[in-house]
Design a protein around this ligand. Structure first.
Ligand code: F6P
Length: 550
């Protein structure tokens, strides 16, 4: 897209109006906002699909929200959104379309890239994945020795790992419990070691997931996995075909590695790595949950895509979530954003969001390459409740930093939970509700005194409150709900990137480290010459060699 240079964000009237509004609001108190509007707890809510969104505990008024929407209009967020859905090349630095939304489009939809409808190809790959998944699940697909596949090991990193690994955990109760599914990403050999050490190679399928098929970690692990398999099976190269499949955009490299391209599941350059787990990259997940559940998940994504594409600004949830993040990041100096799921099954959800958000919006130049003068993407962090409550919540409650947080919870425990554990769900959810309450409303010194607390302890036991949170509540964590949640965050990230005028779809910041690792690696071997590195790295390399006796 040849976007015309935009006016500097922090000089447009809509931005200045927000800055002035922030000054006028001062230290507005949530207690006051709720006292002034008893209906706030129901009025400041939205519904999208199965997700109930409560944003009443935010430091905003109707005026704030109006001004934020004005900012979105002035920065043409919906214009860029429409360009994305139309398949325009909005990833300007890589000259690529951004069409993860096409991955979950229904069969009859038409989405064009360079004049070609990509939806038939998307569904052809989904059909091929379904047929393969069914073969593995039914036992029809056997290994080289004729044994049924019981173990699936996905080897990939970043977007080729985090998505399926997160979703596999999230949807464990929907998985075929007879299958062992593991995810290997780290180039630390310990990762692969732990994943395969107790597996029977004859029953193991490796899925090599790499968009580029050049990522050093993945290719190294894939090569080691192949060596392990052939050694264990005491077999030749011909055993690879039944134990290795590839998920990639790069048929040439897949073939070079020795995987038959008939066993390759394709995707396209218009799918960003961190937006790819609903593409072929989701094969391990599809094998685990089955094609029907996978489709339900895609439909969940699509539902939120349609909401984002069509809902007016006032009720557009990803827009709202993106704008709230901007309100805190740009007008309250918040540096981070916590995502706190009250579901053990979402244990990898925040780690997944870290790549989605931080790789997308961790940028310091705008679309025109000019350095921005405003804050961009936040540090995203968090772990499932209630564990965090006994670790870092202290800092959220009583620290000196403003940390906006999303709380995600479910009314029902998963369907196959041991009956004896179902009662625990209310306790989990009581904590969920209590935390956002405590964060918002705190405890005043007078309330502390009224409990008879000694005066010198009053400040220690006072909770200032006023910590903003969004609550996302759904009935249960199903494949569709997971898809809805992920699409919500994808589009939230989109909204923020659009306002900040950055390219949310490239990731040049990961390149330098890769290049330097290639330079350093040879220097670690015995007797090798150490190239001209900086003083610190030279000394560290020398120390490493010394410790290893090299
Ligand atoms: O290095 C970053 C990155 O390019 C991510 O964006 C991507 O998800 C990951 O590496 C893995 O890349 P690939 O799927 O090409 O192996």
């Amino acid at each position: 897209m040849n976007a015309e240079s935009r006016a500097r964000l922090d000089r447009i009237p809509e931005w200045t109006a927000l800055a002035e509004h922030r000054d006028q609001l001062g230290e507005v108190q949530l207690r006051e906002l709720f006292a002034a509007d008893p209906a706030r707890g129901t009025a400041y809510t939205l519904q999208v699909g199965d997700l109930h969104i409560d944003y009443s505990k935010h430091l905003v008024t109707d005026e704030t929200l109006r001004l934020l929407r004005d900012l979105a209009a002035a920065t043409d967020v919906f214009g860029l959104r429409d360009a994305m859905f139309r398949g325009e090349k909005i990833n300007t630095t890589e000259d690529r379309a951004v069409l993860h939304t096409a991955l979950r489009a229904p069969r009859e939809a038409v989405v064009e890239v360079d004049g070609e409808n990509v939806v038939p190809a998307v569904h052809a790959v989904l059909d091929k994945m379904s047929s393969f998944s069914e073969k593995v699940r039914s036992g029809e697909w056997t290994g080289h020795t004729g044994k049924r596949i019981k173990n699936v090991v996905n080897i990939g990193i970043g977007g080729s790992d985090l998505g399926p690994a997160m979703a596999y955990e999230a949807l464990r109760s929907f998985t075929d419990r007879g299958l062992t599914v593991r995810f290997v990403s780290n180039v630390d050999g310990a990762d692969l070691h732990e994943a395969v050490r107790d597996l029977d190679a004859a029953e193991t399928l490796f899925i090599i997931a790499s968009k580029t098929f050049t990522t050093i970690e993945t290719i190294t692990n894939a090569t080691s996995a192949r060596d392990w398999l052939l050694t264990e099976l005491k077999a030749g190269q011909d055993a690879v075909a039944k134990h290795f499949v590839a998920l990639s955009t790069n048929a040439e490299k897949v073939s070079e590695f020795g995987i038959d391209t008939a066993n390759m599941f394709e995707f396209w350059d218009w799918v960003g790595g961190r937006y790819s787990y609903d593409s072929a990259i989701g094969l391990s997940l599809m094998i685990a949950i089955g094609p029907d559940r996978f489709r339900e998940m895609l439909d969940g994504f699509h539902l939120v895509d349609e909401h984002f594409r069509t809902a007016p600004a006032e009720s557009n949830v990803p827009l709202l979530m993106g704008l709230l993040g901007i309100w805190y990041g740009n007008f309250h100096d918040a540096q981070s954003h916590a995502v706190l799921p009250y579901s053990h099954y979402l244990s990898k959800f925040t780690a997944y969001l870290q790549q989605l958000d931080m790789e997308s919006n961790g940028k310091y130049v705008d679309r025109d390459g000019k350095e921005v003068d405003w804050q961009t993407g936040p540090v995203v962090w968090g772990t499932p409740g209630t564990n965090g409550q006994h670790a870092y919540y202290q800092l959220i409650h009583q620290g000196t930093k403003l940390i906006p947080a999303d709380f995600i919870g479910f009314a029902e425990p998963v369907a196959d939970l041991l009956p004896g554990l179902v009662a625990q769900h209310d306790l989990l959810m009581a904590n969920f509700f209590a935390q956002t309450q405590a964060l918002a409303f705190g405890k005043t010194p007078d309330e502390v005194r009224a409990e008879g607390v000694a005066e010198e302890l009053v400040p220690h036991k006072t909770f200032k409150g006023n910590h903003p949170t969004t609550t996302i509540l759904a009935k249960e964590l199903t494949p569709s709900v997971l898809g809805q949640l992920i699409a919500l965050y994808e589009h939230k990230v989109f909204v923020q990137g659009a306002v900040w005028n950055i390219d949310s779809f490239d990731q040049w910041g990961v390149e330098l480290g890769k290049v330097l690792a290639k330079r350093v690696e040879p220097a670690l071997t015995e007797g090798a010459e150490v190239p001209d590195l900086d003083g610190s790295t030279t000394a560290l390399v020398a120390k490493y060699r010394d410790l290893r006796g090299r």
